[in-house]
Design a protein around this ligand. Structure first.
Ligand code: TXA
Ligand code: MG
Length: 318
């Protein structure tokens, strides 16, 4: 069990958050997508601590959060036209851009790759904090590796306890699923992870994207990820989901089953998804039958997360 964080270390005090980051500590960082586990990107020990606390393999690079395009460009040795166009169209917002890294970008942030992931989050508290850190705040989602991302300050506290020094409470995340990741280090650019900004929205700005082929290039693209403890069953029919759940709840040794329906209002469902999965665990649910939204817009991101949540755990890069 992780020891509980004192309520005194949860709040909206930017000065506290700045002090923690300057001293090499870790903060819970609210964004519009999910909460991040943030460190000063240029504080090597603090960045190492992120990997330790998350239990994340060191070759899984971190997203660097920056206050604006100019700060992002300092991390890049090359800033191609599609990156500029997408940054102008969608930042601040739920979009992460991969570009070729500058020579002095710390290798523990970039996982030894030649590229770096950058984003300007659309959240007032995060942007307020980033004004003090134009050099960037490195932050993965603030969950233990492979588990469900946090969308409230309370989720961060429940997951990480005293392993985080201060949690900036920015309320529930507006979007609820992680940012769309676009690799702009290749031409044409390619989506590495779907999010609330859709492929269609991106193509309207930069033209046709590269088709996705070959092995996963972002860790969230591994087969098993985003997983609660209960078993997740992705479903296409509400009726079948309800029937399966009812069957499980009967018999000599009944299991506890629940149905979640993501097909009616995908935007709202994305907002609630991780909190609902966490609630299933808290309520001792064994099996959750989740009705998928259609494969478009934010529905694509939800389907991606749920199919990974349903996959059997595996070791990274297997
Ligand atoms: O919405 C988000 O993106 C949230 C908030 C906190 O900003 N962050 C987030 O970070 O989801 P994380 O670490 O959970 O997921 C980032 C993904 C990982 O799959 C990582 O492998 C990938 O981005 N990534 C980071 N740098 C990369 C790079 N240079 N090339 C390819 N993938 C990269
Ligand atoms: Mg994550």
């Amino acid at each position: 069990m992780t020891a509980e964080l004192s309520p005194a270390n949860i709040g909206t005090d930017l000065d506290r958050a700045v002090a923690v980051l300057r001293s090499g500590g870790l903060i819970g960082l609210p964004t519009e997508t999910v909460y991040g586990l943030g460190a000063d990107a240029h504080h090597a020990d603090a960045v190492d601590a992120i990997f330790r606390v998350k239990g994340r393999p060191v070759d899984h690079p971190l997203i660097v959060h920056v206050p604006d395009i100019d700060s992002a460009r300092l991390w890049a040795s090359d800033w191609p036209a599609p990156a500029e166009a997408l940054a102008r169209a969608f930042w601040p917002g739920p979009l992460t851009l991969i570009v070729t890294k500058s020579e002095d970008a710390p290798t523990n942030v970039t996982g030894g790759r030649t590229t770096v992931a950058l984003r300007v989050p659309d959240h007032a508290l995060a942007l307020g904090l980033l004004r003090f850190f134009p050099g960037g705040i490195a932050a993965p989602s603030a969950n233990r590796f492979g588990r469900v991302s946090p969308t409230t300050a309370q989720h961060v506290v429940a997951d990480l306890g005293i392993d985080v020094d201060y949690v900036l409470d920015g309320g529930p995340c507006a979007v609820g699923v992680e940012s769309t990741i676009v690799d702009c280090a290749i031409s044409p650019p390619q989506i590495l992870r779907h999010g609330s900004i859709s492929a269609e929205q991106i193509e309207r700005v930069i033209g046709t994207l590269a088709a996705v082929t070959g092995p996963a290039r972002a860790s969230g693209m591994m087969a098993s990820h985003y997983a609660p403890r209960c078993h997740v069953h992705p479903m296409t029919s509400v009726h079948v989901a309800q029937t399966r759940a009812a069957e499980m709840s009967r018999g000599p040794s009944p299991l506890r089953a629940r149905v979640l329906d993501g097909s009616v209002d995908p935007q709202r469902f994305a907002h609630d998804l991780y909190a609902l999965l966490r609630l299933c665990d808290e309520d001792g649910i064994d099996d959750v039958f989740v009705v998928l939204p259609t494969n478009e817009g934010i529905g694509r991101a939800i389907r991606d997360r749920l199919l990974k949540a349903a996959a059997e755990p595996q070791r990274p890069n297997e």
